[in-house]
Design a protein around this ligand. Structure first.
Ligand code: PMP
Length: 383
């Protein structure tokens, strides 16, 4: 019997793969549900833009051809939407694959990286798998602490700082002055990788145009996705905005032409309707602020968010609450899954669904507190 643990790279030992847990159909069957709202993974719940499915279907006739030339069209479409040059756009099958590509391109065993906490778990996972030391820097008031990130990078001689903006799971954003100070504080041989998976949900006035930093030659790599506002998570499509002198190195380590034609066609068709991005951002903001208000009215504290999700301090056992909501047909992410017990993270959907969520969340918390429907919830947020 081969002992694979002695053959794989030693840096993989002790790391656990990501396990997605049971799917929607399995949960519906297990809990006897006819409907289950998927509010656990921050997918864009509105789905693909109109006309995108048709563009994908039409592309399938060309499925026999490798997608090299379709890459050019996609890069041009993204670049013209962003107002930047196609040479800066590196397509990939999602931000997740780009995180691995960047780690592969930058990290040798024994290198150090800086990762804020809390944040998306994949940066630490992939960096550790590459054999790097992960220096974790706690945030302040549920926001990143860019000054501390820069200081930590200098202290440990980091090769990379991983920054998620807006941050998952808090929804907070980095302000312009904080960002510029961080860039100025970077040590030699250190780059910042900014995961902007949720950037399109941020109001344009508050969004930082980091593609300009890339173009200006600053040590910045931006990662973007079609999984969120464009509603295409299942097709796996994303891109890096990277300086044209860096892009070839990324292309050396990522599999050549790893994005399929259907996804590229979907991306192009989506970008033909840029007005819909603004429309969805506004709808998301209305639904998010409605949910936030309804939660506060019930004595539950959501954190200010610029993304398509809310992090909520619930004051009860988050696993019990997620289970109680699941029984009511609402799938949310318990904070214990990402090291924040006592919190849940919920994806924003249409206003009526958010109204139902607030209602059910209030009733589920009452049920957990002592099964007394008249229980006042005021204490819940402070518990
Ligand atoms: N980055 C962050 C911060 C995310 O929250 C997610 C999705 N949960 C991803 C990346 C995944 O992006 P993609 O679907 O493009 O791989």
């Amino acid at each position: 019997m081969t002992d694979w643990s002695t053959l794989v790279r030693p840096s993989l030992l002790g790391l656990d793969p990501y396990r997605p847990g049971p799917g929607v159909e399995e949960l519906k069957e297990r809990y006897g549900l006819t409907e289950l709202a998927k509010l656990n993974w921050n997918e864009g719940l509105l789905g693909p833009f109109p006309g995108v499915s048709e563009a994908v279907l039409a592309e399938l006739d060309r499925a026999w051809m490798y997608p090299e030339h379709a890459y050019t069209d996609f890069r041009e479409a993204v670049a013209s939407w962003l107002g930047t040059s196609p040479e800066l756009i590196v397509p990939a099958h999602g931000v997740q694959s780009l995180i691995a590509t960047v780690a592969h391109a930058f990290l040798d065993p024994g290198d150090s990286v800086v990762v804020p906490s809390p944040t998306y778990g994949l940066y630490a996972q992939v960096s550790s798998a590459a054999g790097a030391h992960v220096e974790t820097v706690p945030g302040r008031d549920h926001r990143h602490d860019p000054e501390a990130l820069g200081a930590a990078a200098c202290r440990v001689g980091a090769r990379l700082i991983w920054l998620c903006d807006p941050n998952n799971p808090t929804g907070s954003i980095v302000k312009r002055d904080e960002w510029e100070a961080l860039l100025d504080a970077l040590p030699e041989r250190c780059a910042v990788v900014v995961d902007e998976a949720y950037a399109e949900y941020v109001h344009p006035e508050r969004r930082l145009r980091r593609e300009d930093d890339v173009e200006a030659g600053r040590p910045v790599i931006v990662l973007r996705t079609f999984s969120k506002i464009f509603g295409l998570a299942g097709l796996r499509l994303g891109y890096a905005v990277a300086h044209e002198s860096l892009a070839p190195y990324l292309d050396v380590v990522q599999e050549p032409f790893n994005v399929n034609r259907a996804a590229l066609a979907a991306g192009r068709a989506s970008l033909r309707q840029p007005g819909l991005v603004d429309e969805r951002r506004r709808e998301n903001e209305v639904a998010r602020e409605t949910l936030a208000r309804l939660l506060r009215e019930r004595g539950v504290e959501p954190f200010p968010s610029e993304a398509n999700f809310l992090l909520v301090r619930v004051g009860v056992d988050d696993l019990a609450l997620a289970e109680a909501l699941l029984r009511r047909g609402l799938l949310v992410r318990p904070g214990s899954d990402f090291g924040m017990p006592g919190y849940i993270r919920v994806t924003i959907g249409a206003v009526p669904l958010m109204e139902r969520l607030a209602e059910e969340l209030g009733s589920a918390i009452r049920e957990i507190l002592n099964g007394d429907a008249d229980q006042q919830l005021e204490g819940a947020s402070h518990a």
